[in-house]
Design a protein around this ligand. Structure first.
Ligand SMILES: Nc1ncnc2c1ncn2[C@@H]1O[C@H](COP(=O)(O)OP(=O)(O)OP(=O)(O)O)[C@@H](O)[C@H]1O
Ligand code: SF4
Ligand SMILES: [Mg+2]
Length: 367
C-alpha cells in the first residue's frame, strides 16, 4: 500500500512556525528503516517497518519533538537521523549535504556535529570509566592533546552544572539526574550543532526532570543548538518544542507548530493522545482520562491497508465507518503550516470535543 509520506512541497517553517526561505539544517526524504522479522522455516521474509516513509525538515535552532506510542518508530528514526542506524532507503541531508555521499574524514566530521543523548543514563555510560575519560572521549578521538582535554572537560562539567571537581569520579558516584548531565556533557564535547534527545527524562525522578529540561533550554540558548526531542511526556513537549511531529506505525500523521497543534489538533490520533492527559485535553473537556485511544496498535509487520489508524479511529466510528479509511492511505497534507494525514482532517475539530466528552462520561469503549 502507499504510505502517508510528507510531501516535499511542505513549507519551511522558522522557529515561530512561519514560512521561511532559510535552508533547513536537516532534511529527511522518504526515509525507511526496516528490520527483518523473525520467520518460521520456509516462510516468506517479512519486515518490521519501524520507519516507513518519513520526510521532514529540522530548522537551525529549533526543537522538533517526536511523539507517539511505544513502538511507533521514534528511536529508529532518531538513530537514522544521526547515522547510528543506516536507513533502508531514503535520504538524510545535513546542512545541505546528502550524508550517504560522504566518506572518510568528511563523514566523521559531519557525524560529529550530530550527537545523541540517550534515555537511560545508567546504561549509556561505561561504569568502569571515570567522568573525565567519558566526557573527554570525543576529544581524544579528534586528537586533542591531554592538557586541552582536561581544560575542556572541566569547562563542560561546569557548563552542565556538575562542577570540575567531579572529573575523577566513576558514574556510580552520581544520581540519575547527574548521570544524565554527564551524558549531555559527553555529547557537547563533540561540539555538535544538532542533538537528538531520546526520552532523556523518562528514567529520572519527576523532581529531577525539570532540572534537566531547564539545562537543555539553557544550553540551547547559550550554544545555539538544534534539538530533535523524543518524548512520551506531552506536557514537557508543549513546554520545549518549537514544532511537533506525531508518529503512528512508522509514519508522521501530524506535524505543526507546537501551540497550533496542541490548541487544534487535526488528526484523530493526536486528539486521542492529548485526551489521555486530562490537563491537555481540548478545551479542558476531559476532566478524567478519556479513552479515545483503545486497544493496541497493529503489528508493524502486518500493517493495515488504507489509513494505518483506521482500526482504532474514534472519528471513523463517528462518521459511520467510511470505506475510504480502510482502502486509501491518506497523504500528509499541509494547510497553514500544519499538516495532517487524515481524509477527514477538516472534520476533526468539530467532533473532538463531543467525542472526548462522551468517552470521559461513559464507560470505556469496548466494555
Ligand atoms: N534492532 C531492532 N531489530 C528488530 N526490530 C526492532 C529493532 N529496533 C526496533 N525494532 C522494532 O521497530 C519498531 C519501532 O521501534 P522503536 O524502538 O523505534 O520505537 P519507539 O517509538 O522508540 O518505542 P519506545 O517509545 O518504546 O521507545 C518496534 O516494533 C520495535 O520492536
Ligand atoms: S483517515 Fe479515517 S481512519 Fe484515518 S485518521 Fe482519518 S478518519 Fe481516522
Ligand atoms: Mg524509543
Amino acid at each position: 500500500m502507499g504510505s502517508a509520506v510528507a510531501t516535499l512541497t511542505a513549507p519551511r517553517l522558522d522557529n515561530a512556525g512561519r514560512e521561511t526561505a532559510a535552508p533547513p539544517l536537516l532534511e529527511v526524504r522518504d526515509l525507511r528503516v526496516w528490520f527483518p522479522a523473525r520467520r518460521r522455516a520456509f516462510a516468506r521474509r517479512q519486515w518490521i517497518r519501524a520507519v516507513d516513509g518519513v520526510s521532514l525538515q529540522v530548522m537551525r535552532g529549533e526543537t522538533l519533538a517526536l511523539v507517539g506510542e511505544s513502538g511507533c518508530g521514534k528511536t529508529s528514526l532518531g538513530r537514522a537521523l544521526v547515522m547510528l542506524r543506516r536507513p533502508t532507503s531514503g535520504s538524510v541531508s545535513f546542512a545541505g549535504i546528502d550524508l550517504s555521499r560522504l566518506k572518510g574524514r568528511a563523514l566523521r566530521d559531519t557525524r560529529r556535529q550530530m550527537q545523541m543523548v540517550f534515555q537511560d543514563p545508567y546504561a549509556s555510560l561505561d561504569p568502569r570509566q571515570r567522568v573525565d575519560a567519558l566526557v573527554g572521549e570525543p576529544l581524544l578521538i579528534r586528537g586533542v592533546d591531554a592538557a586541552t582535554r582536561r581544560r575542556r572537560v572541566a569547562e563542560l562539567l561546569e557548563l552542565v552544572g556538575l562542577g570540575a571537581e567531579t572529573a575523577g569520579h566513576l558514574p556510580r558516584a552520581f544520581s540519575g539526574g547527574q548521570r544524565q548531565r554527564i551524558g549531555i556533557a559527553r555529547a557537547l564535547a563533540a561540539e555538535p550543532t544538532l542533538i537528538v534527545c531520546d526520552e532523556p527524562l523518562s528514567a529520572l525522578d519527576v523532581s529531577v526532570q525539570a532540572q534537566i529540561v531547564n539545562l537543555l533550554v539553557r544550553l540551547q540558548r547559550q550554544l545555539g543548538l538544534t534539538y530533535v526531542f523524543i518524548s512520551h511526556d506531552l506536557a514537557v513537549v508543549r513546554q520545549l518544542a518549537t514544532r511537533v511531529a506525531v508518529m503512528y506505525l512508522g509514519l508522521i500523521v501530524e506535524m505543526g507548530e507546537t501551540a497550533a497543534l496542541f490548541a487544534s489538533p487535526r488528526h484523530p490520533y493526536t486528539v486521542a493522545l492529548l485526551a489521555a492527559v486530562p490537563t491537555l485535553a481540548i478545551g479542558g473537556v476531559a476532566q478524567r482520562r478519556s479513552t479515545l485511544l483503545t486497544g493496541d496498535p497493529p503489528s508493524p509487520v502486518n500493517l493495515p491497508a488504507g489509513c494505518r489508524f483506521h482500526t482504532r479511529c474514534w472519528l471513523r466510528e463517528r462518521l459511520d465507518r467510511p470505506a475510504i479509511c480502510a482502502n486509501e492511505s491518506p497523504r500528509l497534507a499541509w494547510a497553514n503550516g500544519h499538516a495532517s494525514a487524515c481524509h477527514f482532517a477538516a472534520d476533526v475539530a468539530d467532533h473532538a470535543s463531543a467525542a472526548n466528552a462522551d468517552r470521559a462520561a461513559g464507560p470505556p469503549a469496548g466494555t
